[in-house]
Design a protein around this ligand. Structure first.
Ligand code: ADE
Length: 350
């Protein structure tokens, strides 16, 4: 199985998205682009993929059935917070189906020919992976409807009175869409996916197993307590777990002396990077402090918080807030965001 990325590049790398991104968004997107490259750390098969057990079960059955019928897998929509393995799962599915996957990001499909080019080059049963599918331009979305439903591409050739329409048949293929905002998809698009699944934050045991697996692949010696310390500080997210592990590896290499990385060394390394005991980074703490110190703990509207932090509200909603909500440090109310007692206690402790 090989990976082909579209002309306009991989996840989040369109010039438009770069222009708009704030510092925080840029650094997290860079991370995504880097991690999109096959660094050999991604699980290749469903059996290597740790966590998301319900999703693995559902997709495992769908893959076997599709192979049995000799047909393409039904279209799949994966949604959930950044870094929880949506792209990884798409690549795993391609491997399971033994087909090629073509990877692109919705903002890169600006002109009709971008999506047309991808669709007409698909071979039977191949996967087209579209990241950030909630940002799909209208024209691309309209071309996708008949392509998904009837394997048909309706093209308009020429302009004005000489315009003609032409229909091309497409081979059976699978569209895998990934999004952090399933609610932002139009219902006609959402309804054309046969399998719709949420990927959630990972629990401590799964994260510990992921850190352990990555350490072995990197040939790193780390104690199980060391793995657990990283697992507890990665915001429930494998991508962050692997990033923290790399920072700990650098710290251990430069510090020297230790034959194995233990919890103490992990603690020192992550404190240096300002990742606290619950995995909050400087941006998360800035968000919480603003809520507490400048707005008396809330309620305060997301747009007000975004303006004070110099971020756009959708970055706060998709990148910062989901984990703070998950660990019960903030609440979303009809009147705005509110810090909880646990959120206050955490800020007072640090
Ligand atoms: N590396 C990153 N995510 C992973 C996962 N879910 N399983 C195994 N290794 C991973």
């Amino acid at each position: 199985m090989s990976i082909v990325s579209s002309t306009s590049g991989l996840v989040g790398s369109s010039p438009q998205s770069e222009k708009k991104s704030s510092l925080l968004k840029a650094s997290r997107l860079d991370e995504e682009v880097l991690c999109s490259k096959d660094d050999g750390l991604r699980p290749k098969r469903l059996s290597d993929y740790i966590g998301q057990s319900e999703l693995k079960q559902v997709l495992g059955i769908a893959v076997k059935a599709a192979i049995g019928r000799g047909d393409a897998l039904d279209h799949v929509l994966l949604y959930g917070p950044p870094g929880v393995g949506k792209t990884t799962m798409a690549l795993v599915l391609a491997e399971e189906l033994q087909v090629q996957s073509r990877i692109t990001s919705a903002p890169a499909l600006e002109r009709p020919r971008d999506i047309v080019g991808l669709l007409v080059n698909l071979k039977p049963r191949e996967i087209l992976f579209i990241d950030e599918i909630h940002r799909l331009p209208r024209v691309a979305e309209e071309l996708l409807y008949p392509a998904m439903e009837d394997r048909r591409l309706d093209l308009t050739l020429g302009k004005g009175s000489t315009a003609r329409t032409r229909t091309l048949d497409l081979p059976p293929f699978t569209l895998i869409g990934a999004t952090t905002r399933a609610g932002a998809l139009s219902s006609p698009l959402r309804d054309r996916f046969g399998l719709i699944h949420r990927l959630d934050f990972y629990d401590l045991n799964d994260l510990q197993a992921i850190v352990h697996r990555t350490s072995s692949l990197l040939d790193l010696s780390i104690t199980s307590e060391g793995c657990k310390e990283i697992a507890g500080r990665c915001r429930g997210t494998p991508r962050i777990a692997n990033r923290l592990l790399r920072r700990v590896r650098d710290f251990a290499a430069v510090r020297g002396g230790a034959s194995s990385i233990d919890a103490c060394l992990v603690d020192e390394a992550l404190n240096l990077h300002q990742v606290d005991s619950r995995g909050l980074d400087a941006s998360d703490r800035r968000f919480l402090s603003l809520l507490l110190m400048s707005h008396g703990g809330g309620p305060v509207g997301i747009e007000t918080l975004a303006a004070s932090l110099g971020e756009d509200s959708s970055t706060l909603e998709t990148v910062i807030e989901p984990f703070l909500l998950q660990i019960g440090f903030i609440q979303r109310t009809s009147r705005g965001r509110v810090i909880t007692t646990s959120g206050r206690n955490h800020l007072e402790k640090i």
